[in-house]
Design a protein around this ligand. Structure first.
Ligand code: FNR
Length: 383
């Protein structure tokens, strides 16, 4: 196994080992990618306050999410087409998360179905829904998630329609992928990926994505999304969906205090401050910049989490110190998966946990719950 010391090492391997079309799908943002870039550069602007001469023995990164204690308050975010980064990618990521002791979220747009993941794991995972216009589909998929023992529903509220990613269009990300000479030449150098794909039972090629019964013209994911995703999704519809589910709910994709108030008023168990990893509203502020105003608005009414831009344990610490009760990571674990499959996801989690532990300790803290603004040095006018 190569020596992996940080998420960037996994990212480099991910790029080397995965077809360009799928690597680019993960490592891109919408339009000019301003928000995608700022998600990470904003983290770098916040500095840390060293504190010495503190007893650091007996410290722990553990913390609760939705009332359950976890190895650290970090969950794997829902990521579409995870099974194209590596064969059976959703199963591999879910198994790594389970063994590590953090929650895994299965995306609506997955290659492995809800049942596939349930069959290969024993801890309950979370299911993320993109509501489609077809209410029968919504009901059926929630029934399947319930039957599979999913312990929470993540409702993504920031994707009624798709922010365009130029690279996906240029790469011909379609179902099945267009096999142009450039794609074939690229695939020839990624033979291990291809071999694994040929060996798996699950097929993306065709018009099935795991648990979504895709109908109509599926040749372009963007066109299919535009036709099927529910553009009516307002707070009433969200509430309706929550009632249909009847269990714990996380609303993901909130970026300002006004929407956070409305989200909290639905009775959601948690909300995720998120700009979808810079893949939706290009020009939106980074999640980090808007986090404190949202914590201030609704932090006493619901659990406030955040995602978008987290690539290290230092980043996790900064989010927690700004009041998030937990975070989600997307690309950080996808790089691990694309690099090395299940051990790569485990390695990504180990790297982040070790960084969180060390950074917490050097800031003079022994638990995530003790983190706060006093640990940070924030530039004037940052928020
Ligand atoms: C996503 N994200 C996402 N979110 C969601 O609710 N359902 C989905 O199917 C997807 N699909 C998806 C694919 C890819 C390739 C990426 C990178 C992201 C958004 C994801 O859940 C999360 O909000 C971001 O990934 C967080 O940003 P970072 O950690 O990737 O910077």
């Amino acid at each position: 196994m190569p020596v992996i010391t940080c998420i960037d090492d996994l990212k480099r391997l991910h790029k080397r080992r995965t077809p360009k079309m799928f690597y680019d799908y993960a490592e891109s943002g919408s339009y000019t990618e301003q928000t995608f870039r700022e998600n990470t550069t904003d983290f770098a602007q916040i500095r840390l306050n060293q504190k010495v001469a503190v007893d650091l023995t007996g410290r722990s990164t553990a913390g609760p999410m939705l009332g359950e204690n976890r190895a650290m308050p970090v969950a794997l975010a829902p990521v579409g087409l995870t099974g194209m980064q590596r064969a059976d990618g959703e199963i591999k990521a879910a198994k790594a998360a389970e063994k590590f002791g953090v929650p895994y979220t299965l995306s609506t747009m997955s290659v492995c179905s809800i049942e596939d993941v349930a069959e290969h794991t024993s801890a309950p995972f979370w299911f993320q829904i993109y509501t489609l216009t077809d209410d029968d589909y919504n009901r059926r998929v929630l029934e399947r998630a319930r039957a599979a023992g999913c312990s929470a529903l993540v409702i993504t509220v920031d994707l009624q329609l798709l922010g365009q990613r130029h690279k996906d269009l240029k790469n011909g990300l379609t179902t099945p992928p267009k096999l142009t000479p450039a794609v074939l030449a690229d695939l020839a150098t990624k033979w291990r990926w291809g071999l694994e794909m040929l060996q798996t039972k699950r097929r993306f090629f065709g018009n099935i994505v795991g648990h979504v019964e895709m109908e109509g013209d599926t040749s372009s994911l963007a066109a299919w999304t535009a036709a099927k995703f529910d553009q009516r999704l307002d707070w009433d519809r969200i509430k309706h969906l929550m009632d249909m589910w009847g269990g714990k709910v996380i609303l993901k994709g909130i970026l300002n205090p006004e929407d956070a108030e409305l989200a909290a008023a639905t009775g959601a168990d948690a909300i995720v401050v998120s700009n979808h990893g810079g893949r939706q509203l290009d020009g939106a502020l980074s999640s980090l910049r808007v986090l404190p105003s949202i914590v201030q608005a609704v932090g006493n009414k619901t659990e406030v989490w955040m995602d978008s831009g987290i690539r290290s344990g230092q980043d996790v610490l900064k989010a927690l110190a700004l009041g998030a009760k937990g975070v989600m990571i997307g690309r950080a674990y996808i790089h691990g998966l694309g690099a090395m499959g299940e051990p790569g996801v485990t390695r990504a989690l180990e790297v982040i946990q070790k960084e969180l532990d060390t950074t917490m300790a050097l800031c003079g803290e022994t638990t995530p719950a003790a983190l706060g603004r006093h640990n940070l040095l924030v530039p004037k006018d940052f928020f």
